[in-house]
Design a protein around this ligand. Structure first.
Ligand SMILES: [Zn+2]
Length: 255
């Protein structure tokens, strides 16, 4: 019954996948990301192949539906071969369910150029996009991001601006896109999430709870724990399900 729409579970062990299956997860989105800046562009090409060619059968074995997101994360812009990578991106991205994780980290010109290209491909390939925002300097990056999005042709209802912070929730809502609510140490905790949903009920229609679970400290069951937190705070089952499943499914169902 749960969907986790932002994970990097391709670097998690099999037991983690079994745990989330046992807890009634029906679907997860696995997004491309590695925890360092690659020296060569071919590292990302091989990552894309790994996610498209190898991971689906692992998730099928566990009994969880997998959606694959491919894209160039701002921390993964390679030191060499960026032009070749951009030239070959379309042939991989066309095979993905989503474009992601893409976004801005420092907001450099190169990051803006790469993100704009990812958005251009998302538009012509008609794929939803998951956009990363950084922990540090979020307010400034959001202003840059708004500018990049306004220059892009991608429709706001196909975009998730992710890792919303408690403090900047109004800025996130003002984008008119979906709002990614990452419940993870250092991002939102369950009580902050509950408080946000109660103070800004419009989040029920546009919020998407996720774990960002991968190699960094994270809770594989964050989406389920968020659901339980929402229910015990008096949010209706119907509304809570939008945040932990339905809004995420609606995003990919149009593709
Ligand atoms: Zn992530």
């Amino acid at each position: 019954m749960f969907v986790d729409p932002h994970t990097h579970l391709f670097i998690s062990n099999y037991s983690t996948l079994e745990i989330i299956k046992r807890e009634n997860y029906q679907e997860v989105y696995v997004l491309a990301y590695i925890p360092f800046k690659p020296q060569y562009h071919t590292t990302l090409v091989e990552l894309f192949r790994w996610l498209i060619e190898v991971e689906p059968s692992r998730f099928k074995d566990v009994g969880i539906n997998l959606r694959v997101g491919l894209g160039i994360h701002p921390r993964n812009i390679p030191s060499s071969g960026l032009t070749s990578l951009l030239n070959s991106s379309e042939e991989f991205l066309i095979k993905a369910d989503l474009i992601g994780e893409v976004g801005l980290e420092l907001g450099t010109e190169e990051e803006v150029m790469v993100l704009s290209e990812m958005l251009r491909l998302a538009d012509i390939l008609d794929k939803p996009v998951i956009i990363h925002t950084p922990r540090r300097g979020k307010d400034l990056i959001l202003k840059k991001l708004l500018n990049v999005l306004s220059l892009s042709r991608v429709q706001p209802n196909r975009v998730v601006v992710d890792h919303a912070s408690y403090e900047l929730i109004e800025e996130f809502l003002s984008f008119g896109t979906l709002v990614g609510l990452t419940v993870q140490p250092g991002k939102l905790n369950v009580s902050q999430l509950v408080e946000l949903v109660k103070s800004y009920p419009e989040l029920i229609e546009v919020g998407m709870v996720n774990s960002d679970c991968g190699r960094d400290p994270s809770e594989p069951l964050a989406v389920k724990l968020a659901y339980e937190g929402l229910i015990s705070a008096g949010i209706s089952g119907l509304d809570a399900l939008k945040l932990v499943r339905n809004n995420a499914l609606k995003l990919v169902s149009k593709s």
